[in-house]
Ligand binder design. Structure first.
Ligand SMILES: [Zn+2]
Length: 181
């Protein structure tokens, strides 16, 4: 409570109360192209469904949002039957590194490899096998853990697997971001 929330006209309101309603409800997944923010309700409150994150102290999510958007776009660029994969994205010194989990099918890996290979300045990183390092986010982290301000976005709407979540929350790490639709 007390949080300030911006409205469409640029003014701010303040959260006066929070009501938790425990009942079944129809829920809809909402994805907003480009920005992950939109206005809701009669008062036009600005809300955000972009991404969750863990680690680090940065509260600036624009970098993370952008990486999540990219990871989701790569996922959507795969044929539907090849989308049961996790894609990770980070950008370092102007190069975009795109990772895919090592357990992905060889079809998915080669298709993503073509897409990434056609983009100058982008490189594919394939997670190594089925172990921890085979997860898309771990593959990038293991390569770039020495980089300051490392941000990684992943396409997995459920967020990192419990193993990765435990791993990342134990690191001095800037941010792992995932969609929060
Ligand atoms: Zn994982």
């Amino acid at each position: 409570m007390g949080d300030r929330i911006r409205k469409a006209d640029g003014s701010y309101g303040q959260v006066q109360s929070i009501e938790v309603v425990n009942e079944p409800q129809w829920m809809f997944n909402l994805t907003v192209d480009q920005a992950h923010t939109f206005f809701v309700g009669k008062e036009q409150w600005l809300v955000h469904n972009a991404c969750s994150w863990l680690g680090g102290s940065s509260s600036n999510h624009s970098v993370g949002n952008n990486l999540v958007d990219q990871a989701e776009a790569y996922l959507r660029s795969l044929p539907r039957d090849l989308r049961r994969v996790t894609i990770g994205v980070t950008e370092i010194n102007g190069t975009r590194y795109v990772s895919i989990n090592g357990g992905a099918s060889s079809d998915a890996i080669s298709r993503l490899g073509q897409i990434v290979g056609n983009q100058p300045g982008s490189r594919l990183v394939v997670g190594n096998g089925f172990g921890s390092a085979g997860h898309a986010e771990r593959a990038l982290y293991d390569l770039f853990s020495s980089i300051e301000n490392l941000h990684i976005g992943i396409s997995r709407a459920a967020g990192p697997c419990p193993e990765c979540e435990g791993f990342f929350s134990g690191q001095n790490f800037t941010g792992l971001f995932w969609p929060n639709n």
